[in-house]
Design a protein around this ligand. Structure first.
Ligand code: ATP
Length: 247
């Protein structure tokens, strides 16, 4: 088995001192794996990812129990910017782009936290464009005028510009046409295979996620209730109806 890169143990999160969003979430992600975090609407996927990157709403969302280790170090409640510099980068739900900037300007912002030279930024841009040719075509277009799929690719490309070792994505398929979703997951798969990038992806679309992931964890009501290889979970038809609210 691969070396553990990220592990969560017994994580509980409370919103507004009242809403227990996570009760007990635990799982690990091995270096070089693609792991899917599945679960119905409201099961706690986003909250889990936000807990990892310390993106819970300030003051209103708190980790009350448990530990989060990244590459052997306790990272719970560490600053998001510091985590990004250490290689743990998250693509938020909803394709966050700077709408008024061009696609390429958006990508470059991803490199700003590093002390990167012009040359390095150029090379990294070319790498992003190699994975997402659409972005090269649209590089001088204002991001707000590009399609939903292109905005999602821009958000992913921006994350890649900070040279992650672990890329965390929250529902990259949301609201996108099946062919676009396919393109995005194919690019993620290539990044994983060629660059060894570890990927943790929350998805409501379990069919797509299980087609591309190595392993998956299922959340239900703030608990991690089930875990297995993607092949094991694909073979279990009951899971979809039971835990994922799909049929
Ligand atoms: P979705 O697919 O809708 O994002 P999810 O599995 O990611 O679902 P979460 O968004 O993590 O689920 O939500 C888990 C629980 O926490 C839900 O009951 C939700 O209503 C609650 N919750 C999420 N964010 C907040 C918040 N900022 N304040 C209060 N409660 C919240």
């Amino acid at each position: 088995p691969p070396e553990t890169q990220l592990s969560l143990e017994g994580i509980a999160v409370v919103y507004n001192r009242a809403i227990h969003a996570l009760h007990d979430v635990g799982f690990s992600v091995g270096a070089g794996e693609i792991v899917a975090l599945l679960g119905a609407n409201g099961a706690g996927k986003s909250t889990t990812l936000k807990a990892v990157s310390n993106l819970l709403p300030a003051e209103r969302g708190q980790i009350t129990r448990g530990s989060i280790l990244f590459e052997g170090e306790d990272i719970a409640r560490q600053r998001t910017s510091g985590l990004v510099r250490r290689g743990l980068v998250q693509v938020l739900e909803g394709r966050h782009c700077f709408r008024a900037l061009t696609v390429e300007e958006n990508l470059v912002t991803g490199a700003l936290g590093r002390d990167a030279s012009h040359r390095e930024i150029r090379d990294d841009l070319e790498r992003v464009y190699a994975h997402f040719p659409r972005l090269k075509e649209k590089r001088r277009t204002t991001a707000g005028l590009t399609s939903g799929g292109e905005q999602q690719m821009t958000a992913i490309g921006r994350a890649l510009m900070s040279r992650p070792r672990l890329l965390v994505l929250d529902e990259p398929s949301m609201g996108l046409a099946p062919l676009v979703v396919q393109d995005i997951f194919t690019a993620l798969k290539t990044l994983n295979a060629e660059a060894g990038l570890t990927i943790l992806v929350a998805e409501q679309n379990s069919t797509v996620a299980l087609r591309h992931a190595d392993r998956a964890i299922v959340l239900e009501n703030g608990h991690s209730v089930l875990e297995g290889t993607a092949a094991e979970l694909r073979a279990r038809e009951d899971i979809k109806a039971f835990y994922l609210g799909e049929s």
